[in-house]
Design a protein around this ligand. Structure first.
Ligand code: FES
Length: 309
């Protein structure tokens, strides 16, 4: 379900991060959600249609509006720049229903949250939940410099690690001093997530207590052609377009949910490939890399790609 909502507030909260608030144009209540949920924001920028997922940072029980915080990505495909530069209060935007792929495990004895930079965003809605439930939590936020700390509702209890000030996170100590039954949640860059999860696994954390979210808009790349066998169409995927967006523009129905390589909905079979698939998802097993592609984030370089769409 997608709703057309009005942008009612736009407020810079750090040099690169801006907070946006959306409300129903007639003041109606919006569906409540659970902590860690995201919404898909559809942006029409001239001829280009972009859909980016952003974590909700507002109170999940507050149905009066949805809030997101967006970091400007100058090397990105333009979605964050569109919001920073072109979106103004009063503008109407399509906002998808909240979807949660990063929910809290409510049976956890304690919630250990580790965020890198703008990766703090999904925790802001989760924190409303843990406070409401009186659930024990520990939050660590790693940033490069003090001026990157966004003016958002980060609790006083959060431990902020500023690398420019030499206060780096001691991951081994943090991970090895948690009570049994703690669940770990990590959100940040792919490198940070991998580092935290690798360390946790090495220290014996059970796999089902580990949760991560890396919500990146698909990276731009070199344009490529793709042959869609079932639709009998050949498409050109532009440098700033994802394969999924090219399929949609051509009217080829492709399911999706996260548009960030995490949910598996857009999984597509490869029928022929003379070149190299650039896999950017967190879904496929390496053993599937020759036979499947996730069109929301992955690209192709080479002479021929034929997919089952
Ligand atoms: S839409 Fe979720 S993995 Fe592609």
């Amino acid at each position: 379900m997608t709703q057309v909502l009005r942008l009612t507030q736009k407020q810079p909260v750090s040099p690169r991060i801006t907070r946006f608030r959306f409300e129903h144009p007639e003041g109606r209540s919006l569906p409540v959600f659970s902590g860690g949920a995201h919404v898909m924001v559809t942006m029409r920028d001239g001829e280009v249609l972009r859909r980016n997922a952003y974590s909700l940072i507002s109170d999940p029980q507050d149905s009066s509006g949805y809030e997101i915080a967006v970091q400007r990505e100058d090397q990105g495909r333009g979605g964050s720049n569109f919001l920073h530069e072109k979106a103004q209060p009063g503008m109407m935007l399509q906002i998808g229903a909240p979807v949660n792929l990063f929910g809290l495990n409510l049976t956890a004895r304690k919630h250990l949250m580790i965020a890198g930079g703008v990766g703090i965003t999904p925790f802001l809605s989760q924190l409303h939940e843990v406070v409401r439930l009186h659930a024990p939590f520990e939050l660590h936020l790693a940033i490069r410099s003090r001026n990157e700390l966004p003016a958002l509702a980060i609790p006083d209890a959060a431990q902020v690690h500023v690398s420019d000030e030499g206060s780096r996170m001691n991951l081994t100590e943090i991970l090895s001093t948690q009570p049994l039954g703690t669940h770990l949640y990590v959100c940040g860059s792919a490198r940070m997530i991998e580092g935290v999860l690798t360390e946790a696994s090495a220290l014996g954390w059970p796999k089902d207590a580990l949760h991560s979210e890396e919500f990146l808009a698909p990276a731009p790349g070199v344009p490529f052609e793709v042959n869609c066998a079932r639709s009998d169409k050949t498409l050109t995927v532009g440098a700033h377009q994802s394969l999924l967006e090219a399929l949609e523009a051509a009217g080829i129905d492709t399911p999706w949910l996260c548009r960030g390589g995490a949910c598996g909905q857009c999984e597509t079979d490869i029928l022929a490939c003379d070149g190299e698939i650039e896999h950017h998802d967190h879904w496929l097993d390496p053993a599937e890399h020759c036979s499947k592609i996730m069109p929301c984030v992955s690209r192709f370089r080479g002479a021929l790609l034929t997919i089952d769409r």
